[in-house]
Write a new protein. Structure first.
Length: 82
């Protein structure tokens, strides 16, 4: 889980402390993605093609990988050339 901090404590950290803090948070996020990935792979494999398309259209934008992310990213299917 991510470390708790206040804006004041982050502001008083040195550069090495901030980098270490950021690294710990990124590593925690990576572990969460790795854990989720296994379950998603199993679920996705059990879906029909229509269900996979629907899941891609709904979930990818929520993950910042679609046009609905507000970041001008890829739309459903654009990332993988569907």
């Amino acid at each position: 889980m991510m470390d708790k901090f206040s804006d004041e404590s982050l502001a008083t950290m040195s550069l090495p402390e901030r980098l270490s803090y950021r690294q710990r948070n990124l590593e925690a996020s990576l572990r969460e993605v790795e854990n989720l990935s296994s379950a998603v792979d199993k679920l996705y494999a059990a879906l029909s093609d229509d269900q996979k398309t629907a899941a891609d259209d709904v979930v990818l934008p929520m993950m910042g990988m679609g046009m609905g992310s507000g970041g001008g990213g890829f739309g459903p299917g654009m990332m993988f050339g569907r």
